[in-house]
Design a protein around this ligand. Sequence first.
Ligand code: 6PG
Length: 216
Amino acid sequence: MNLRVFDDAEDLAHAAARTILQSGAKTIGVTGGSTPKRLYEILSQSLPQNVTWVLVDERYVPMSDPQSNAAMIERTLFARGVPKRWLCFNTALSDPAATARLFEEDWRSLGIEALDLVLLGCGDDGHTASLFPGTPVLGVEDRISSEVFVPRLEQWRVTLTLPVLRAAKLRMVLATGAAKANVIHEVREGAQHPVALATGGLESWWLVDRAAVPPE
Ligand code: 6PG
């Protein structure tokens, strides 16, 4: 596991922003969740131009809902204006399967072949994006995006699929806080959590703060 440890979440956010700016990536997958918010605020100050931004996953709620990943990203990363090439999930359709299909059509119309860089989070149950343990979406091999019902949350989600995350040139997993230490330890020991399936054997960097570093 390629683990990069930072003193705290603030250091991590600045380092991640620098890495993204220096990467020259032109197609970037952006995750929801709480961990990347600070990174997005920092990056919004010098948002790289001519980038196609792609949302990694979405909770199936309206944009006005505080849980909306797209709305969080528009408030932080795109605080100075939403770029032209921003592919997110249209939850206003009120039909998760139709939303995933429309996303795939938009992906193709934008001419996206693969993500240059994808930012990911990691749940304490080992999920990443909306690829939760034990859900059928983990077996989806022939789609760009898919709907998935997450029983644990009693919520529909839409998400990029495993093959798309694995086809990206680089994966950056962001994890902070002691609650993540156990799952990172398990992945390091070879547990086949979804986050391990999305990153294993590929160019994947784990950016973590000290609190999330698993015990030796
Ligand atoms: C989501 C995410 C999800 C997230 C992890 C980590 O929509 O919830 O995309 O995969 O990245 O749950 O979330 P935190 O950053 O809040 O710990």
